[in-house]
Design a protein around this ligand. Structure first.
Ligand code: C2E
Ligand code: CA
Ligand code: CA
Length: 680
């Protein structure tokens, strides 16, 4: 390929639709200088596929792809095989195109660069080469005409007939100017004069008449054929760009829309925001970003498989589309996240949309005629208060979202300054978290659980706090998921368990009145084989009473029936209390409750927060309380913030409540002073 930049050359010249195809992988294969086959160009999809990277990095070197590509070629079925030649700039290429498919239906397009014939602008065109050129022109997919310096058509290939309906033979001898719009003739002459002077030229914006009388927009390329420095004739490539326009429109559509759901994608969000922020600059208007994240969608993915999950995502998008106000825009932000933008909406209007969404998710989704309940958490950020760039706004809405998630999900929140953890990214957070124990940045706060009838406090929940020396306070809703993903949760979980047992021992020695402390156990920790032994060892090591310790396990950790039952039974043998956290938000069936040795059910905050105004939540909470009581379990309501909520819970016979109404989680000194040192 000489010194031509293969990527630029092909991207700009060979059917961009093939090369940058959004679904197919295109790979250009050719011989390198040594005559060995190599990958000369691969589109983004192909690069990420063959390099097994999630994101294709821009590259001009494809050498490493040849080995995996060759292996792949051998395994694939040929679906279509065709030859074509391209006549570009002044170079001729013969291409072999092969469409090959995988069993899954995924398509690969292999384009083999057969031979690059010499340039047309060549003085010593041998007769053999001439014949070869002629055949390339005759069979070329592009319409090509030859004309002389008097604008007379001397030849037209078959593609001219296909594209414009004119028969080559009839055209021969007529003037090409007759095919042009009268008002464009001058422009055409100017264009051609450069080719007549020996230059290869191209232009768009002119039209050619179709045999049936209408005009088609065309791209023109004029290549002078020289002999002895004299222009012999001009090859004129005339591409009908109306098809191109349609392809472009299609490509444009594809690049702006999510393939699965058909709604706008993230790319569109970026483009729209560019325009919006220009418009908004200097105006008093705002733009709300309602950021939705499906709660625990991973479980749907696991139980229904990819197809099922995709189907549900489509239905969710459809439902959102229906409820979106007319001026709103709906985007899929990848995965199980959606974003709705509202132009110049007041906080009340934005809130109303968020409420409508939540209400819409109260209804089940169907797949294979089975009902699935999916809840959604919503974080809201508003331009310009919360951010002026898209990245900032999305980060803020995500922080608000994280805030909702950590407080029981299925609710919405507007972004607030205090949600902002100043960690620039998760990787950095993880590396700091690794050293958090050693640097003594972690501590435990305790939130009291109040007996609704008597007001007495005899149990607490231990909640982890992280005060990073560089970035300050980080909420567990942010760092616990990172600890879980990185495996750090084992070390951190052990530390919490150890601290709590040590604390209990100290209180026991000081002869404070006996209290129980609940420790949050992450599902990963719970499933680790050594978990039960560890709990036992800690209790023995500190010599504490087993019933002063409670393990809090989320509902989602209890899915595998036999395994779970074994672990729980062993824990019960030790004598610790077992509670189920965030009850009502998991997907597990209620039937397990009967069989597991569970002592306490903690009703998730999402049912409590509007229990006083939402009859359904009130009914759910009451049902959970009744059910738990029938099974001999105690009930703790989480997230109680208002008197009225406590009132309703008391009437429903709920034993205990935990929430800001009574106290936030407090440091150990405060706990001792307030609740232990004096008799209550
Ligand atoms: P969780 O186990 O559901 O803990 C209750 C969360 O609700 C706590 O948030 C608590 O501060 C908050 N909360 C309590 N009362 C109210 C209220 O009235 N209103 C509102 N809005 N919120 C209330 P926190 O401390 O930020 O913890 C978030 C989550 O992080 C916890 O949710 C738990 O899942 C996890 N976590 C905390 N400590 C630990 C730990 O030691 N180990 C593990 N594995 N997870 C932990
Ligand atoms: Ca908890
Ligand atoms: Ca909880």
């Amino acid at each position: 390929m000489g010194n031509i930049d293969v990527e630029d050359y092909f991207k700009n010249n060979v059917e961009p639709y093939i090369f940058d195809h959004p679904f197919n992988m295109s790979i250009l294969i050719g011989k390198d200088k040594n005559g060995d086959f190599d990958v000369l160009y691969a589109n983004k999809l192909a690069i990420s596929y063959f390099r097994q990277e999630s994101k294709a990095t821009a590259t001009k070197f494809f050498g490493d792809l040849w080995v995996p590509v060759r292996k792949k070629i051998q395994k694939l079925r040929i679906q279509r095989n065709y030859k074509t030649s391209v006549l570009l700039k002044a170079d001729l290429f013969n291409l072999d195109l092969q469409r090959r498919t995988e069993e899954s239906g995924r398509e690969f397009i292999f384009i083999e660069l057969r031979n690059q014939l010499n340039t047309l602008v060549n003085r010593d065109v041998s007769s053999e080469l001439k014949r070869e050129y002629r055949s390339v022109i005759e069979n070329n997919l592009d319409p090509i005409m030859s004309i002389d310096e008097h604008y007379q058509v001397t030849y037209a290939n078959a593609a001219v007939h296909t594209a414009f309906g004119h028969c080559g033979k009839i055209l021969s001898g007529s003037s090409i100017l007759d095919l042009l719009k009268r008002e464009e003739i001058e422009a055409f002459k100017v264009f051609l004069s450069r080719a007549l002077a020996g230059e290869s030229v191209e232009r768009e914006g002119l039209s050619f008449v179709h045999e049936s009388g209408y005009y088609l927009p065309v791209y023109l390329k004029a290549i002078p054929v020289l002999a002895e420095d004299q222009v012999q004739e001009i090859h004129l490539i005339i591409r009908d760009t109306s098809i191109h326009q349609k392809n472009n429109e299609k490509l444009l559509y594809l690049s702006y829309h999510d393939q699965l759901t058909g709604i706008w994608n993230r790319h569109a969000m970026k483009e729209h925001f560019k325009k919006d922020s220009e418009y908004l600059r200097g105006r008093e208007e705002n733009l709300s970003f309602i950021h939705l994240d499906l709660d625990r969608f991973k479980l749907i993915n696991e139980s229904l498989g990819q197809d099922g999950a995709d189907d549900i995502l489509k239905k969710i998008a459809e439902r959102l589309r229906v409820i979106c106000p007319e001026t709103a825009r709906l985007y899929r932000n990848g995965g199980d996240e959606f974003v709705i933008t509202l132009q110049n909406a007041s906080a009340t209007v934005t809130e109303r949309v968020a409420q409508t969404i939540l209400a819409e998710f109260q209804k089940p989704f169907y797949y294979n005629r089975l009902e699935y309940f999916i809840s959604v958490s919503i974080g809201i950020a508003v331009y310009p208060e919360d951010g002026k760039t898209l990245e900032e706004l999305l980060r803020r809405s995500e922080q608000a979202l994280a805030f909702v998630k950590e407080r029981g999900r299925s609710h919405y929140r507007f972004y607030q300054e205090e949600m902002n953890s100043s960690f620039p990214d998760e990787a950095l957070m993880e590396s700091h978290l690794r050293r958090a124990i050693e640097l003594e940045e972690l501590s435990i706060h305790y939130q009291p659980q109040v007996d609704l009838k008597t007001g007495m406090i005899s149990s607490f929940e231990a909640l982890l706090r992280w005060n990073n020396r560089k970035f300050g306070f980080v909420s567990p809703g942010q760092f616990i998921p990172i600890a879980e993903e990185s495996g750090l949760i084992h070390e951190i979980g052990n530390w919490v368990l150890d601290q709590v047992c040590k604390q209990l021992k100290e209180w026991q020695e000081k002869r404070f009145r006996p209290v129980r402390v609940a420790v949050n156990i992450s599902p990963k920790q719970f499933r680790k084989e050594t978990f039960v032994d560890r709990v036992k060892a800690k209790i023995e090591h500190y010599g504490i009473c087993p019933s002063s310790l409670e393990v809090e396990i989320t509902e989602s950790a209890l899915t595998d029936m036999t395994e779970t039952l074994g672990i729980l039974n062993e824990l019960k043998k030790i004598g610790v209390f077992i509670s189920v956290d965030d009850f009502g938000t998991g997907y597990s069936s209620l039937s397990y409750l009967k069989q597991y040795p569970i002592d306490i059910i903690k009703i998730d905050r999402s049912f409590i927060q509007d229990i006083e105004s939402d009859a359904k939540n009130e009914a759910i909470a009451k049902t959970i309380i009744n059910l738990a009581h029938n099974l001999g379990m105690e009930v703790v309501a989480e997230g109680v913030e208002k008197d009225l909520q406590a009132q309703i819970l008391l009437e429903a016979n709920c034993q205990k409540a935990q929430g800001f109404l009574y106290s936030r989680a407090v440091p150990v000194e405060e706990l001792v002073e307030k609740y232990l040192a004096c008799e209550l």
